[in-house]
Design a protein around this ligand. Sequence first.
Ligand SMILES: C[S@@+](CC[C@H](N)C(=O)[O-])C[C@H]1O[C@@H](n2cnc3c(N)ncnc32)[C@H](O)[C@@H]1O
Length: 313
Amino acid sequence: MKKKNNKKIIYKTKDKSELIREELGINYFTEKETPTIVIPKSKYPKTTIYNDIDLNNWKDYGDIITDSLWLLGARDKSGAHSGEYHGNFVPQIPHQAILRYTKKNEIVLDTFLGSGTTLIECKQLGRNGIGIELLPNMVKRAKELILQEQNPFKVKTDIIEGDNTIPETVENVKKILKENYESDTVQLIIMHPPYHDIIKFSDNSNDLCNTKTTEEFLDKFSQVVKNTYSLLDEKRFLVLVIGDKYSQSEWVPLSFYTMQKVLENGYKLKSIVIKNISGNRAKRNAEQLWRRRALGGGFYIFKHEYIMFFQKR
Ligand SMILES: C[S@@+](CC[C@H](N)C(=O)[O-])C[C@H]1O[C@@H](n2cnc3c(N)ncnc32)[C@H](O)[C@@H]1O
């Protein structure tokens, strides 16, 4: 019998803090592991138009998060996933989004591909994936990592090197869609843009991290949403992953500003999820320093970022 590649997030053995979370009704998801349960196929599956979740067996999907607070455990390091790219997201994010908002063999577009986390996850979950990335060295690295991942479902992945704010790049996506998938559209868009200038990804003037002001950053981001709108099927989802920044003694809510840009461009808001940011050992000393600054400066230290879910009207 063919071995299933499904993965499952399992609850780890409970410690004191987890018991407290449980009492508060907050789930804590640890890293993904091989599934212990294989969901039986029902004779007449009851699914929505945008995923394969069989509502007849809804109690069996314990690994799919439905709460708006995501306390994720360690980064998933299965397969080719690695945390090497400073600024990549944890694979659990595209994992959850893909399971919730696509069916097997559909097409996911990631407009800020970076090191290719989304496309690696696509291969693991049996979805086709297209990524756009500006930086040639990142495109090269993403290709290497994606190639390292096994392809049990025989899906396709494509990377387009280019600036996602210009129409030519979208034309290239259209060309790939036609040639490789005989399609004009994708079924899910994931956007994980730079959080403005928090991380300097490059000196490239087209890199959103090099925009001079918040307004310019938002204009360019808005352009990406506009450019890709026609690529997404009706009623399908766009997922935005973003955090806020702190500048000149002010909290700059990039998340809510970018959310507004998506809403202005033909989408409705379905959910705002708050996800924990957990520091590593190396950051612990810096954390003490930040705590001192926070106490003196009258602000709170970022411990969360946002995952926003929109549906095309
Ligand atoms: C936050 S990172 C995405 C990381 C990705 N989710 C991952 O897991 O590796 C943002 C990426 O957007 C890319 N980027 C910035 N401006 C861009 C533009 N105008 N067009 C295409 N990519 C761009 C950066 O080079 C960077 O790799």
